[in-house]
Design a protein around this ligand. Structure first.
Ligand code: ZN
Length: 313
């Protein structure tokens, strides 16, 4: 090993670069040592031999596999880490080396296993604001609680401002930042092969979305994120939402149209001078009640109100 290589290795180790050979891989068992979970929480959907989605608690995980190894889009909660790694091994067989985890945004149901995935060899990457916000405590007004800063073990080690292209398994995947959308650190991940887009939490399918205004998100930005993906997608594109089932370009368009209706209705009432409380009482989303799930009607109306500059203090 040359001096340069040694220095580089040392620098990578110090920076938390996760491609640490042998010893790190020993800490989490490889395929032969991984056993099926006794209390499984996750289910696997096969898009193609090289792209799978893990459903269950937290955000949907994209698993892109091939001869070089595996790239994950998001990694649910820490308690799901062992089961995620089990599925990675089941899907990828001997090529189960973790290359990258792309975090679509900072939320704990998408980044909760970052420490375990780093330990298993993954390099975790995300938009600049994901790392910045993970290191900062803030008041989450939407849920009336403090969100405490995360330990450095959770932080992405490679960040980008606009977009990043990853080249692996003979394909290119692009992480494309969507400004001030679900948060101010979101990316959608565009796969050229197979033809697929992971939307992260810019897409909640068949339910009101969570717009995290306290983390720099906005309804207008979420709609714009849909437009970015609609521009990139064709009728064959597989659309993977952050929450909800797999859909296609038509499903994405339908969701985009619903978000626009919600924005327009709340905007009109706000411009007419009505208070947030009066708008909620007038129930402008009465015909969308079936979309109430994680977020209720008052929650989405409040998020849109705040996206339009309205105060809730
Ligand atoms: Zn989220």
């Amino acid at each position: 090993m040359t001096k340069t290589t040694l220095l580089l290795s040392a620098a990578l180790l110090m920076s938390g670069f996760a491609h640490v050979p042998a010893n790190a891989h020993d800490q989490i068992a490889h395929k032969t040592e991984r056993t099926a979970p006794s209390d499984p929480k996750l289910t696997v959907e096969t898009i193609t031999d090289n792209l799978h989605v893990l459903f269950g608690p937290g955000g949907n995980i994209g698993v892109s596999s091939g001869p070089d190894g595996v790239v994950l889009i998001d990694d649910k909660f820490s308690r799901n880490a062992e089961e995620i790694l089990y599925h990675v091994s089941e899907i990828a067989g001997e090529n189960d080396e973790l290359l990258f985890v792309i975090n679509t945004h900072l939320h704990g149901d998408h980044t909760g296993s970052n420490p375990e995935m780093k330990q298993a060899g993954a390099l975790v990457m995300a938009h600049d604001n994901v790392r910045a916000r993970m290191g900062t405590s803030y008041m989450n007004k939407a849920f009336g609680r403090m969100n405490e800063a995360k330990d450095e073990a959770f932080w992405p080690v490679v960040t980008f401002s606009d977009q990043a292209s990853l080249h692996f398994n003979g394909i290119t995947a692009r992480a494309v930042h969507t400004p001030s959308a679900h948060t101010d650190g979101d990316s959608i991940v565009v796969f050229e092969e197979p033809n697929a887009i992971h939307m992260g939490d810019n897409l909640f399918l068949d339910m009101f979305p969570f717009v995290d205004v306290d983390s720099g998100g906005s309804m207008q930005g979420m709609i714009a994120a849909h437009d970015v993906a609609l521009e990139l997608a064709d009728d064959e594109t597989v659309i993977i939402p952050g929450h909800g089932s797999i859909t296609d370009k038509a499903g994405l368009q339908e969701t985009r149209d619903n978000l626009q209706i919600i924005l327009d209705r709340v905007s009109e009432l706000k411009e007419a001078g009505k208070s947030l409380q009066v708008i909620i009482e007038e129930d402008p989303l009465a015909d969308m009640s079936e979309m109430a799930n994680f977020i209720q009607k008052d929650g989405i109306i409040t998020a849109v109100w705040r996206s339009l500059g309205g105060d809730i203090d």
